[in-house]
Structure formats: structure tokens, C-alpha cells
Design a binder for this molecule. Structure first.
Ligand SMILES: C[S@@+](CC[C@H](N)C(=O)[O-])C[C@H]1O[C@@H](n2cnc3c(N)ncnc32)[C@H](O)[C@@H]1O
Length: 250
């Protein structure tokens, strides 16, 4: 085996992480507006549905929101559940976080929510310390998904809950065909136009089509030792909620 191959893998991962950080730093200013327009406002409803999946197990729950971006999911969870009394959101992009920090302040949630720069593949938390991990529209962007899933399991307490919201593709062939038409040809043109980034939304399209979804992703969660895995398709399957738990005796 070539002894330099490990170094090569590390340096290409670092390059990819830097590329993603740069992409979201550039997109940040228009990210919320583009989300609302391109999803016709449905994304906020999906986030509320994800928040509603949380099972309250104690009056003092600690939440970690991964790839928190401009904070919409962490805010939705904290507004829905008074039992969450400490919430940390981490993201690679400082520009996304800065917009999130303003929103947290405007909603008077600064005593509960903290947003910090951090990488999902190297979580700055001790083992077994978090009750809930959430991630909305973020897993797809993480350069080493298996590593992130292991990290999440490491920091979750035994019995802790994982809540994921991610794009997926519809099962119905006709709807899938129409959706892919919008997704491949209309959305990238609109997105690239609004975002002033030459190919951000071409990347979005590619990342969604390549991401494992439905039972394939559910099996991936089981392979990473998560249990009670549930798959809930939303809006004909263009998005999907996944919920899972870390084993109670791990
Ligand atoms: C599409 S945005 C989703 C933001 C937010 N969760 C939401 O629901 O709108 C994806 C976010 O993932 C972040 N991201 C990508 N890779 C990451 C990583 N390895 N660690 C932390 N954040 C990451 C990006 O910086 C970006 O803000």
C-alpha cells in the first residue's frame, strides 16, 4: 500500500471541507430568502414537523444541532419544546452562523441557544453528553457522512434521540419525473441567479441526487448502531424525516 495514500485522503477531505465552507460563506446573505422561494415556503412546515417528532424524556434536555446554518431548525426546536434548556448549533460557515446569531437574539433565545463554528466530523463534545442531535438539510453536505454518524453516536447519551430532515426523491414515477425536471433544469438556473454564486445550486442538485435516502439511509443508520429507526416521507417524498435512537445500553 502506498504510505502516502492516507495523507492524500486527508488533504483531499480538507480541500472539500474548505470548498463547502467557502460556498456557504458566499451563499449566506441570500440563503434564507432562496430557501423560502425555491421551496415555496414549505421548508418551515417541514422543520416544524421534525420538531414535533421529539419525545420529551426530561425537563432539562440538551440539544446539539449539526450544520445549523442560519439557525432555523434549532430555533424551531427550542420554540416548540420548553424542555430544551441548552442548545448548541455548530457549522463550518461563520457567515451562516452570524445570520443565525442575529435571529436567535431577535427571538430572545440567547440564554438557551449558542452558535459555534465546528465540524460535524470532529464534534467538540465529550462522550454521552447530549440528549438530542438534530440535522436539517446538512448531512448531504458533510464530506465524510459515516464519520459524522459515528461522532453523533459518540456524543449522544444512551437512549438519546437523533432527528434528521433531508431532501429525497419521490417514489411515484410521474411525480419523480416532474420533480427531477424542476430540480435539474429550473431550480439551478433560479438558484444561481438569486445567489450570485456561479454554480451553488448545480451543486445542490447533484448532492441531493447522490445522497442515500429512504430505506437505504435507514439501513445506514442501523449499520451505525442506531435503533428504532423511523422514516417519514413528506410532500410526496421530496423531503424525508428520519428519527433514531442510540441504544439504551451502549
Ligand atoms: C443547506 S445548509 C443547512 C442549514 C440549516 N441546517 C438549515 O436547515 O437551513 C448546510 C449547512 O451545512 C454546513 N456544513 C457542511 N459541512 C459541514 C461540516 N462538516 N460540519 C459542520 N457544518 C457543515 C454548511 O456550512 C451549511 O451551513
Amino acid at each position: 500500500m502506498d504510505p502516502s495514500s492516507g495523507n492524500h485522503h486527508l488533504s483531499s477531505r480538507l480541500k472539500e471541507t474548505t470548498r463547502i465552507e467557502g460556498l456557504f460563506n458566499q451563499l449566506a446573505k441570500h440563503y434564507d430568502l432562496i430557501n423560502r422561494v425555491l421551496s415555496w415556503g414549505i421548508d418551515q412546515r417541514w422543520r416544524k414537523k421534525l420538531s414535533a417528532q421529539l419525545i420529551i424524556t426530561s425537563p432539562n434536555m440538551k440539544l446539539l444541532d449539526i450544520a445549523t446554518g442560519t439557525g432555523d431548525q434549532i430555533i424551531s426546536l427550542c420554540k416548540t419544546h420548553a424542555a430544551i434548556n441548552s442548545a448548541i448549533g455548530i457549522d463550518l460557515s461563520e457567515n451562516m452562523l452570524n445570520i443565525g446569531r442575529k435571529k436567535v437574539k431577535q427571538r430572545n433565545l440567547s440564554s438557551i441557544i449558542q452558535l459555534r463554528k465546528g465540524n460535524a466530523t470532529h464534534l467538540p463534545f465529550n462522550n454521552n453528553t447530549v440528549d438530542i442531535v438534530s440535522c436539517s438539510f446538512g448531512l448531504r453536505n458533510i464530506d465524510d457522512l459515516p464519520l459524522a454518524l459515528s461522532e453523533i453516536r459518540r456524543v449522544l447519551k444512551p437512549g438519546g434521540q437523533l432527528l434528521i430532515l433531508e431532501f429525497s426523491l419521490p417514489k411515484n414515477k410521474v411525480i419523480k419525473g416532474m420533480y427531477l425536471g424542476y430540480f435539474r433544469y429550473i431550480l439551478p438556473v433560479l438558484g444561481n441567479l438569486f445567489s450570485s454564486h456561479p454554480d451553488a445550486y448545480t451543486y445542490l442538485n447533484r448532492s441531493v441526487e447522490q445522497f442515500p435516502y429512504g430505506i437505504v439511509f435507514a439501513d445506514m443508520l442501523r449499520d451505525h448502531q442506531y435503533t428504532s429507526v423511523k422514516v417519514i416521507p413528506l410532500s410526496f417524498g421530496i423531503s424525508t424525516i428520519y428519527t433514531a435512537q442510540k441504544l439504551k445500553r451502549d
